[in-house]
Write a protein that binds this ligand. Structure first.
Ligand code: H79
Length: 759
């Protein structure tokens, strides 16, 4: 089943209705930041080879590539014994039609694709505006489209065709100036030491199979010239296996980008779900793999293809949306078993190519605009001096207003007709929200009247000296007498996509930042606050005047409930509900705001029951893989206060307080039991706690939400921070030497207190 989701920006602890905006400066600063983190991660790794900055930079800028699913499964094309196989993808027909392995392998005897022409495939990719081609070197069926010394189940030795498909396509890419990448399945239905076929394709990889994969990856990276990306897929590897494969690729080809489907956050770029278009911007290199049809990746003869123009439009919108959130779009074709291309797919690619021919400037090399969420009329990409407004659904009156953009617009025109000026009003740049001119940073444009906007067109805004997208959730430091607190409730979150394997991946927080909404100057004394959840870890606190490397230890103890927690907080019964088949970061029918009222009296027909914990406080419930249990509790507070809760659990936890997500984390090291300590900001009166406990690898979920832990935070002074009065000054923090670029910070209770020092 292909997922096709526009995930709503999940509820964050901010006032309802506010939309975040982040500074474009942040976005511009982003790439060097993540490259630096990448570097520091690699310094930590055992392997000496690092990923040169240019590799991820070029990869990040390329935006659009061709994916090809082609193998011996293309011969039956989704038909077995004369019947269409409707279950599963056609590249997995062996599993879904229940074909004996010797019968399936005999397909190779018939593989003689005389219509395959690598040059015309590469030229099609080029005409589509794609910057690289990524082909299946080996899919789950284990059949290799390259010559291998480690199995003769390969195109050169086992087919009448007898030619090395990977080699010839690599050469064609080289000839026509496109980059070349390889898909490689980590599972294998033909290799006896591997796990047998399962329904989910995410089994562990036995050691012997892992060695086999290592050997084949070595072949792929030493025989076919430069490989731009190695697209590992599926399986569920141990952290050490993922690391070993990643290090092998880095050592053999320092410029090759590794896909996140390798698991355990070992990818150089992270890969979202198939066809998943996220509703949020990610701050690390990422990609959406997209199939032409939801039902299959490889050729399916009986596929209903529908209207070409509608498909062009759909894929173009996804390309634009992915790019506006910082990602790359990898769009698939599935050639026939004889090597010919499907005309429909070719036409779709050519249609996208035509659009890019005119509008490519708004795609290649661009960055997200730094405006959080999407405007109602489309998407925005940016370069240093320009904003590109992709008009997917422009308003009938042609009036578009952009809020929160600071900068002087010196030109506005349609990208497909640069001589047509667009009406604009922009009172000019201001550096101070209390200053003159354009206090809200509002820019209004009126699109040329009487023109056709039924196809996606791009309006360009040109700025003199660039622009700043002013975040809406800025923090103010006036008046100086008050203590200011920066924390998760007023931060801007920087996301990646993290996980142990395909099924356990979720939106991770890799950095938090705050933008000062005034051009203030002066000196502040900063105090970092942390709890036992963060104790012992190291963070980098980035102030405008430099970075502080902070070890979270020592400092003064501050007790939150000196009279005892139950003196001012009341805890209701804990109710539980489950099991539900639910991914780690999804909530039944409630993407976006979680109104727990919807959960009563039951969830999907299951009633709530009282939690009955064992001696150790843990509730144990049977749960299949990817199943979860919910816990609900009412907490009443005499006044606004904070309580520290200890959550013990197995593979994942997602915490909502009063409908807002306050915490989400997985189990990166596959421990038997993980403890998270989360500070809940309670409001006066009733509060609703809803927690989702997720199982990935076990047979039960074990969980508790307890309040018996010491209600203490630690407050530690940092070196003074100086602000120089520039507009848009930023403060941020991230982990020092994280396991990887994508690792969840999982530090929900960090706070920064700022006290102004009178000079
Ligand atoms: O190569 C493509 C897929 O064949 C491969 N990844 C992409 C790029 C892939 N293998 N497994 N999965 C993706 C995830 C498995 C999804 C499943 Fe189902 C959904 C397994 C069971 C439900 C749909 C129906 C696919 C198989 C049966």
């Amino acid at each position: 089943m292909t997922e096709k989701k526009l995930i709503q920006t999940s509820s964050l602890p901010v006032p309802a209705g506010s939309s975040f905006r982040i500074s474009i400066l942040m976005t511009i600063l982003l790439l060097p930041f993540l490259l630096a983190v990448m570097k520091s991660c690699q310094q930590q790794a055992a392997e000496p080879a690092g990923r040169p900055d240019t590799a991820s930079g070029e990869w990040y800028d390329s935006k659009f590539s061709m994916f090809i699913h082609w193998g011996i499964y293309s011969l039956p094309g989704g038909v077995w014994n004369g019947e269409p196989v409707t279950r599963g993808y056609s590249e997995q027909i062996q599993a879904h039609a229940g074909i004996y392995s010797d019968v399936y392998a005999a397909l190779a005897d018939r593989f003689d694709p005389q219509a395959w022409d690598p040059d015309s495939v590469v030229l099609l990719a080029k005409a589509a505006g794609m910057r690289s081609v990524v082909i299946t070197s080996k899919h789950h069926d284990g059949f290799c489209m390259f010559r291998s010394d480690h199995t003769c189940y390969n195109v050169v030795e086992a087919t009448p065709y007898g030619r090395d498909v990977i080699k010839e396509l690599a050469e064609a890419c080289e000839r026509h100036g496109l980059k070349f990448g390889l898909y490689f399945s980590l599972i294998d239905w033909h290799y006896p030491p591997a796990y047998p076929i399962s329904s989910h394709n995410a089994d562990p990889i036995p050691e012997k199979h892992h060695r086999f994969n290592m050997n084949q990856v070595r072949e792929l990276l030493t025989r076919y010239g430069p490989i731009s990306e190695l697209w590992f897929d599926m399986g569920s590897l141990e952290p050490e296996q993922s690391r070993e494969l990643r290090d092998l690729v880095h050592r053999l080809q320092p410029y090759c980008m590794v896909s996140g489907r390798l698991g355990n956050d070992m990818g150089d770029f992270t890969v979202l779900g198939d066809n998943e278009v996220p509703g949020y911007t990610l701050d690390t290199p990422w990609q959406t793999p997209a199939s032409m049809f939801d039902e299959t990746w490889s050729y399916r003869s009986w596929q209903e293809r529908g209207d070409t123009d509608a498909r062009i439009r759909e894929k173009l919108e996804d390309l634009i949306t992915v790019v506006s959130r910082g990602g790359n779009y990898l769009l698939n074709i599935g050639p026939r078993g004889d090597g010919s291309l499907v005309e429909f797919e070719r036409d779709v690619l050519l249609g996208i190519g035509q659009w890019l021919e005119v509008n490519g400037e708004a795609i290649y090399g661009t960055r997200p605009a730094g405006i959080y969420g999407s405007p109602p009329w489309g998407e925005i990409t940016s370069s240093d001096e320009r904003l590109y407004l992709h008009l997917i659904d422009p308003p009938a009156n042609g009036m578009i207003s952009l809020q929160g953009i600071q900068g002087r617009v010196t030109g506005a025109y349609m990208l497909d007709a640069p001589s047509t000026a667009i009406g604009k009003s922009n009172p000019g740049k201001t550096n101070n929200k209390t200053g003159n001119g354009n206090p809200d940073g509002t820019i209004t444009i009126s699109l040329p009247a009487g023109e056709d906007f039924s196809n996606i067109r791009v309006a360009v805004l040109e700025f003199e000296d660039g622009f700043t997208a002013v975040p809406e959730n800025t923090v103010g430091l006036y008046p100086f007498g008050e203590t200011k607190v920066l924390g998760p409730r007023n931060s801007h979150k920087h996301y990646s996509f993290s996980g142990v394997d395909y099924y356990s991946s979720f939106r991770s927080i890799v950095r938090e930042s705050w933008t000062v909404d005034e051009n203030v100057a002066g000196t502040w004394r900063p105090f970092i606050w942390y709890t036992d959840a963060e104790k012992g870890r190291k963070i980098e606190v980035v102030f405008p005047d430099g970075i502080r490397l902070v070890e979270l230890s020592g400092g003064e103890e501050v007790w939150h409930h000196p009279e005892g927690i139950s003196s001012d907080v009341g805890f209701g019964e804990q109710y539980i509900n489950g099991p539900h088949n639910m991914r780690i970061d999804r909530i039944t029918g409630m993407e976006g705001n979680v109104d727990t009222g919807h959960l009563w009296p039951g969830i999907n027909g299951r009633e709530w029951e009282l939690a009955v914990p064992g001696q150790d406080g843990l509730t144990r419930k049977p749960a299949g893989r990817n199943h979860c249990w919910y816990l609900w509790q009412e907490i009443t507070a005499g006044e606004e206060t904070e309580v520290l809760v200890s959550f013990r659990r197995t593979d994942g936890v997602q915490v909502f307080l009063n409908g807002n997500e306050v915490y989400l984390h997985n189990n990166p090291f596959k421990k038997d039991l993980v403890e998270d300590i989360v500070m809940l900001p309670l409001r006066e009166g009733g509060n609703e706690l809803l927690v989702k406990f997720y199982n990935r690898f076990g047979r039960t979920v074990e969980f508790s939400a307890g309040y018996g832990l010491p209600q203490v935070s630690y407050r530690k002074e940092l070196d003074d921070m100086a602000l120089d009065g520039e507009y848009g000054q930023q403060i941020s923090w991230h982990l020092h030497n994280p396991l990887s670029l994508h690792s969840n910070m999982a530090m929900p209770n960090l706070r920064l207190e700022l006290q102004h020092i009178d000079q």
